[in-house]
Design a protein. Structure first.
Length: 202
């Protein structure tokens, strides 16, 4: 499968690129600074561009079967990616989101409410941007999945990934970047969470 990854040079993004290549996929990595992705592979191509470069974004998604978007704190970029996918006729979109994005099935307990309040107070722009990006995804006619996380860590992958909704006793606060990358990659072909916003944790 041909997968385009936005946010490919971040800590989780690099893991996702590596996992996708190891699984035999063809990857296009979109990078503002390609040098931050020190990886060479026959099935990897890199498109250099800023998040406001409509032409480069379209080039990156044009031949994709699926897009994984990890720049959810830049809602304008999310909208540009959605528009480019519409132009190119690409349907599958998997988006990294956070616990600041609500879902009707959530039953937020005190610890999650406190965490969201902390984020809203400490980083109001990021809080607003991730919610705006999620609204754009949900309003699109794409085959989308919003993958919500509370906290990321750099522990090794466990393969033990819980998916559900906040406050229902299934999902906790934290997940490793390696396990999150694995979940995102799985969503490219798994339609279980189509047009849904699962929360995940270890």
């Amino acid at each position: 499968m041909r997968i385009t990854i936005f946010g490919a040079t971040g800590r989780m993004g690099r893991l996702l690129v590596r996992q996708a290549l190891d699984a035999g996929h063809t990857v296009t990595a979109y990078a503002r600074t390609p040098d931050k992705l020190p990886l060479a592979h026959a099935n990897l191509s890199v498109v250099a561009g800023q998040l406001d470069d409509d032409e480069a974004i379209l080039e990156a998604v044009r031949a994709a079967d699926a897009v994984v978007e990890g720049v959810g704190s830049e809602s304008a970029a999310t909208r540009r990616i959605i528009a480019a996918m519409g132009t190119a006729g690409v349907r599958r979109l998997v988006v990294v989101s956070t616990c600041s994005v609500p879902d009707p099935a959530d039953r937020l307990d005190l610890k999650f409410q406190a965490l969201v309040r902390l984020v809203r107070t400490a980083a109001p722009r990021a809080w607003a941007e991730v919610r705006s990006a999620a609204e754009a995804v949900r309003a699109s006619d794409l085959d989308w999945t919003l993958v919500r996380v509370a906290k990321l860590n750099d522990r090794p992958a466990t393969g033990d990934i819980k998916a559900g909704h906040y406050g229902q006793g299934v999902v906790g606060l934290s997940i490793s970047r390696a396990d999150m990358a694995a979940f995102l990659l799985g969503q490219v072909t798994d339609r279980t969470h189509l047009r849904q916003a699962p929360a995940i944790s270890n």
